[in-house]
Design a protein around this ligand. Structure first.
Ligand SMILES: [Zn+2]
Length: 351
């Protein structure tokens, strides 16, 4: 089919990372040549933290921001934000905050139409640089495909002041690419799914950057925020090249989503990090290296550290394959038996 030869990749036009980057947000948005009115999505915390600087930067560039205070990453919040955006005649959206604020801006822009700009105040997962959003529902969270940001403005001075646990979770999300790329290849081999070796190399390189520099990832060190943000950006680019989240989301993410449903509480990066140890064991790869890297950065490596009861962890392993049946992984179509799940969790020290 001729259509199969048509490939559309969407990348951010600006990626600005560094100290006080937030003060140049207006210049970045203005360079996208969009109309003046737009919506800045914040939450109660980030409104205080960066609100005045964001407003000054945007107004200084001749833009007219309307602030929308998100109450969490829910569809109600997204609808209310779109309503505010339509009323303001918004030509752009900025998400200035953590993952859930950015997800609201991302989905509101997707539903409404205009471009969105990512201005993360923490670096806890690769959603800050990707087209995929995670929305909370009564039964856990769902992942929705939207579009990648038109620009990313990541202020490392602000990000390094966020709780260290968030940065460690961001690292774990990047490390999980190591198993995601194996599932990506497996699905290509067994199911003839579209595969991009460029995307896989990018996703793996991002994870290797973290692996090789775990000694730099320490609380309060701006250098650590730099490294993590850059790796998250490369992860985001890998998904843009693939045209899907495949290179950064495999069985370890299915496991993470299963935990979200069964024992909500741990952060996204924390569950997929532990998932990556488990899935690497199933792939027959170097799972110890992933465990050691997670330990070195201070991310959880056991059910106990995640705060997940043993029974729920085993249940997450046996049900993970049902989370997204269209996503073929090392778990296969029928998943793990209870006995196999228990043996795997014990062999890797997760239980
Ligand atoms: Zn992730």
């Amino acid at each position: 089919m001729a259509d199969d030869k048509l490939k559309h990749m969407v990348f951010p036009r600006h990626v600005l990372v560094g100290t006080n980057a937030i003060d140049r947000l207006g210049a970045m948005v203005a360079d996208l040549e969009l109309d003046a009115p737009g919506v800045v999505v914040v939450d109660a915390n980030t409104k205080k933290l960066v609100g005045p600087r964001v407003r000054a930067a945007l107004e200084g560039a001749g833009l007219r921001p309307t602030f929308f205070e998100s109450q969490g990453a829910t569809m109600q919040s997204v609808s209310a934000c779109v309503k505010a955006g339509r009323k303001a005649g918004a030509a752009w959206y900025v998400g200035a905050g953590g993952g859930s604020v950015i997800d609201v801006a991302k989905l509101a822009a997707f539903e409404h139409g205009p471009a969105w700009i990512s201005a993360p105040t923490s670096a806890s997962h690769d959603g800050i640089c990707s087209g995929r959003a995670s929305i909370k529902e009564r039964t856990g969270s769902t992942s929705i495909e939207a579009k990648p940001p038109a620009a990313i403005v990541a202020d490392t001075a602000i990000i390094s002041k966020a709780p260290y646990r968030m940065l460690a979770a961001g690292c774990a999300d990047v490390l999980s690419n190591l198993t995601a790329v194996l599932d990506y290849k497996l699905a290509h081999r067994l199911k003839a799914e579209e595969y991009s070796s460029f995307a896989a190399v990018l996703a793996r390189t991002a994870a290797e950057q973290i692996m090789e520099n775990t000694s730099l990832i320490r609380p309060g060190l701006e250098e650590a925020s730099w490294l993590v943000v850059k790796s998250l950006v490369v992860s985001g680019v890998s998904m843009a090249v693939a045209g899907s989240s495949r290179p950064a989301s495999g069985a370890e993410h299915l496991f993470g989503h299963a935990i979200d449903k069964l024992a909500p509480g741990p952060m996204h990066g924390e569950t997929v990090g532990v998932g990556s140890i488990l899935m690497m064991h199933l792939h027959g790869g170097d799972w110890q290296a992933i465990r050691d890297a997670l330990k070195a950065i201070g991310a959880p490596t056991t059910a106990k550290e995640l705060g997940v009861p043993s029974k729920k962890l085993v249940q997450a392993l046996t049900t993970a394959h049902t989370i997204r049946p269209d996503r073929y992984t090392v778990l296969g179509e029928s998943g793990l038996t209870k006995e196999a799940a228990e043996a795997l969790a014990k062999a890797t020290g997760v239980l």
